[in-house]
Structures are given as C-alpha cells and as structure tokens.
Design a protein around this ligand. Structure first.
Ligand code: NAD
Ligand code: ZN
Length: 242
C-alpha cells in the first residue's frame, strides 16, 4: 500500500481550498477503458473517425453506434472507491472543487456535486446549430436525430479539434490558481488544456500531488507522486486524514 507522506496530511489539514482534477484512470477500476496506455481504446479504434466533427459528418451512424455502445457500458458499471473517496473529500473541505475530463457521469453518480465538466457529459446530447441540450436517451431507431431548429443532434462531449466549454475552462483555471492543494488523478496529462491545470496551480503556489499507476510528464513537476490505483490510494488517504 502506497505510504501517504505526513507532509501531505499537514498541507491538507491547513488548506483553505482543495482541487481534484481527474482523468479516465479514475474510472478504469469501474471497467470503463482509458484512451491511452495499456488496454487503451485508441490502441484499437481511430480517434479521428469516432471523436471528431469530420468523423461525425462523414459517418454519423457509426459515431452514434459508438456512443450508444459506450453509454450502455457506462450504465452497466458502478462508481468505484476512488469516486467515493473524492465525494467524501468534498464534505471534508469547506472549499473543494472537482474538475474532470471524464464524460461517464460516474463522479455525479457517486454523489460529487461541485463538478467542472471540462469535456462534457456523454449522458447528454446537444444540437450542433443552436446548442440546445437534450437530456436522456435519444431514439436512434428510424433516422438520425434532429433538433426542432433543423440542426443535427450529437453527444454533448468535446471532440478532437473542438474548443472546451468557455465557462468550464475559465472556472477550472480560476480554481487551479486558488488551490492550496491540487490533485491530478488518473490522467495521462497529454490532453490540453486540462494538462496545464496542475502547472497553473503549481505556479500559483499550490502543493501538487499526482496519483497514477505510472509516471507521466507531470511526475517530475509534482511535489508528491503517489503511485498506485486511485481506488486504493484515495480511500487510504481519507483514512489517514480522518
Ligand atoms: P488517458 O486515457 O489519456 O490516460 C489515463 C491515465 O490513467 C493513464 O496515465 C494511466 O496510467 C492512468 N490510470 C489507469 N488506471 C488507473 C488507476 N486505476 N488509477 C490511477 N491511474 C490510472 O485519460 P485522460 O488523461 O483522461 O485523457 C483522455 C481523454 O479521453 C479525456 O479527454 C477524456 O475526456 C476522455 N475519456 C474519458 C473516459 C471516461 O469518461 N471514463 C474514458 C476514456 C477517455
Ligand atoms: Zn437546434
């Protein structure tokens, strides 16, 4: 079991603001595959075909099939002890923000509430033209879904080459700047601008902690690297803290 350094516990006991930023690794123990690394989806599938505007325009049926498949998977799996520990952290600190790149809704299902969704949420859809949101399942049986304005409906997620939702990224940067302790958990730190958040936090004086099963480009910059499964390290951290 990874040791939790006393220095981290001391920082957490005195911290006014704690920020946790998560990536696909947090959901790996629930059975949602990550994109990169061992068993990553992009080892088998093409991101350009399945997760880009051009890919959707070229073959919307294929992209909808892929998202329906992922939604069914996401509905079948459950939040794991890592998601649950992050939900507990929200209750332990007066000022706590969760920033996630995940679109699987597992943090929300685990009970976290103060969440910045950087890459959207695959349980929602939106109109390509007017941006209206559509909650819940979409009927894909007959034809491709269209909005009342005539625009095509698509999953409400950020695809390759797209901008992040403006308010989400601004709030995430502000939280990173204000953080006294900043955790980067289960992310390969390769997707921008999310990968810059720990650097922004570090520059603004935060104590930066990385939790991952393997080292990343962030590891040398972080104050502490806790190597291990997020579903084990995070509950252990909460136990040490409380
Ligand atoms: P990534 O797939 O690029 O990297 C996953 C990281 O998690 C790797 O560094 C890996 O070492 C680490 N990891 C794997 N299992 C772990 C565990 N049990 N505990 C701790 N760390 C673990 O993921 P990313 O950095 O989030 O970037 C991928 C992009 O794809 C994001 O934009 C995200 O929106 C999207 N995505 C989302 C989901 C999801 O919603 N669950 C899944 C795959 C990809
Ligand atoms: Zn519309």
């Amino acid at each position: 079991m990874t040791d939790i350094p006393e220095q981290l516990i001391e920082h957490l006991r005195s911290a006014a603001k704690v920020v946790v930023s998560t990536g696909a690794g947090v959901s790996a123990e629930s059975g949602v595959p990550t994109f990169r690394g061992k068993d990553g989806i992009w080892n088998k599938m093409s991101p350009q075909e399945l997760a880009s505007v051009d890919g959707f325009m070229a073959n919307p049926e294929l992209v909808w099939d892929w998202y329906q498949y992922r939604r069914e998977l996401m509905n079948k799996v459950e939040p794991n002890p890592g998601h649950e520990a992050i939900c507990k952290m929200e209750r332990l600190f007066d000022n706590f923000v969760l920033i996630t790149q995940n679109v699987d809704n597992l943090h929300q299902r685990a009970g976290s509430s103060n969440i910045i969704e950087l890459h959207g949420n695959a349980t929602r859809n939106k109109c390509f033209s007017c941006n209206e949101l559509f909650e819940g399942d979409i009927n894909l049986k007959d034809k491709l879904p269209h909005c009342h304005c005539g625009g095509m409906i698509r999953p409400d997620v950020v695809w390759f080459g797209e901008m992040l939702p403006e308010r989400a990224i601004q709030n995430a940067i502000k939280s990173a700047e204000e953080a006294e302790v900043f955790f980067s958990v289960g992310t390969s730190a390769m997707v921008q601008p999310a990968a810059s958040l720990p650097l922004i936090a570090r520059q603004a004086g935060a104590f930066v902690v990385e939790i991952n099963i393997e080292s990343t480009s962030l590891t040398n910059i972080a104050d502490i690297f806790l190597q291990g499964l997020s579903g084990e390290v995070l509950p252990h951290l909460i136990a040490e803290l409380t």
